[in-house]
Ligand binder design. Structure first.
Ligand code: ADP
Ligand code: MG
Length: 420
């Protein structure tokens, strides 16, 4: 074991109280501690945070973490402080005095980790502040936000390419759970990390059972699904519109399922209250638009349900990936109807963006459609989309494996006739 390895392991035990590294964590950490750039692709819940938190503790200086999840920074920092890690954050929710205090701590070398919203790095005074302190590593979390064609583009992420220019000696680590080859490439290019080492974990989530049902009366179908399989469980129900979020939450509550709505139209206080109830309570259902969930770390989410078709396979994977982070059996359930496809096609055609953008959105939708329509192993299809090799025998834990759909196409029928 190298010095780095034993130091990293000691930090894992002492600070975080964990027995061992998981998967690629150890290799990533060793590379970062040694000063190399890295691009890390790991599914949600795999443990990306430790990949920069441990190096930040092992290397001298402060680890600067860029994250778009402003609403979670306070919680993340509180959790780290509870472990004895000297952490702070800077974002728009703070007043002047709070920010000044964090700045002073950073300059005095009293911070192990400093979380920043990406828009901070547009400000010359932030860059100036950073250049007056000592930085151990730059972590760019949710790095797919730099991708203009992805599902979660944040313009502020484009400015992050300057980190490598201004701090050529500070290692950078970009992390994401979005794995398509195109996104991967775009992250590497836009963040200007040509020499980065790439760490790609398996995207399979074997404990999640993937299922798609034909959409008829989705609220009622959802209710039976919950009553039959997930009574009293915590879960997330995704709807496309704020209106259907409200209606579905009401419908569930009226029918004995404790549910709260979450969407960008609710005021910040209500959103925060519903989110923290979800994290704290045992069996709450959150009915939400995709505004809910990124970065939420609740291990025992037992199901994720989609009442409407997600816009992309990436989105579907991220959203369903919030289920079963504890590794216990969980369900990804979706009601799917062709009307959704027609509606989304119309939205794309009449929506914003140039022709290239529309073509891209259409391609995303088509891949989602292919996933819904497949008669082969659904997990296999999902993994193949992310460029990973599925089990040719099928996974045995998705709807198409558990109840193979009838295939009445002529060739198969003919083969059956010929083989008997
Ligand atoms: P990600 O950012 O990849 O979605 P997180 O970094 O939020 O995942 O980690 C998910 C959960 O896994 C956290 O609760 C974290 O404490 C836990 N975890 C991460 N690494 C380990 C490990 N080596 N041993 C035990 N638990 C771990
Ligand atoms: Mg994360």
């Amino acid at each position: 074991m190298s010095v780095t390895q034993s130091e990293a392991l000691a930090t894992l035990h002492r600070v975080f109280g964990f027995e061992a590294f998981r998967g690629e964590q150890e290799a990533v950490i060793e590379h970062v501690v040694a000063g190399g750039d890295s691009v890390v692709l790991m599914p949600t819940g795999a443990g990306k945070s430790l990949c920069y938190q441990v190096p930040a503790l092992v290397r001298p200086g402060t680890g600067v973490v860029v994250s778009p999840l402003i609403a979670l920074m306070q919680d993340q920092v509180d959790a780290l402080r509870a472990l004895g890690v000297r952490a702070g954050f800077m974002n728009s929710t703070q007043d002047f005095d709070e920010r000044r205090l964090v700045e002073a701590e950073f300059l005095a070398g009293e911070l192990d980790l400093l979380y920043l919203a990406p828009e901070r790095l547009r400000l010359e005074n932030t860059l100036d502040l950073l250049s007056r302190g000592k930085i151990s590593v730059f972590a760019i979390d949710e790095a797919h936000c730099v991708s203009q064609w992805g599902h979660d583009f944040r313009p502020d992420y484009l400015t992050l390419s300057l980190l490598g220019e201004r701090w050529p000696d500070v290692p950078r680590i970009a992390l994401t759970a979005t794995a398509t080859h195109a996104t991967h490439q775009e992250i590497t290019e836009r963040l200007n990390m040509p020499t980065a080492r790439h760490f790609v974990a398996s995207f399979d989530r074997p404990n999640i059972q993937y299922r798609v049902v034909p959409k008829a009366d989705p609220k009622k179908q959802l209710l039976s699904f919950l009553r039959e399989e997930h009574a009293g469980d915590a879960g997330i129900v995704y709807c496309l519109s704020r209106n259907s979020v409200e209606k579905t939450a009401e419908f569930l509550s009226r029918n004995g399922v404790e549910a709260v709505p979450y969407h960008a139209g609710l005021d910040a206080g209500t959103r925060a209250a519903h989110q923290s109830r979800f994290l704290r309570e045992d069996g709450l259902v959150v009915v939400a638009t995709i505004a809910f969930g990124m970065g939420i770390d609740k291990p025992d989410v037992r199901f994720v349900a989609h009442l409407d078709l997600p816009k992309s396979v990436e989105g579907y994977y991220q959203e369903t990936g919030r289920a079963g982070r504890d590794g216990l059996p969980s369900t990804a359930w979706m009601a799917y109807g062709l009307n959704d496809v027609i509606q989304q096609r119309k939205l794309i055609q009449s929506g914003e963006g140039d022709e290239a953008f529309r073509r891209r959105a259409q391609a995303h939708l088509d891949s989602m459609l292919a996933l819904c329509e497949t008669v082969q192993c659904r997990r296999g299809q999902l993994l193949a989309y992310f460029g990973q090799d599925p089990d040719p025998a099928g996974c045995g834990n998705c709807d198409t494996c558990l109840t193979p759909p009838e295939t009445w196409d002529g060739t198969v029928a003919a083969q059956k006739v010929l083989s008997t």
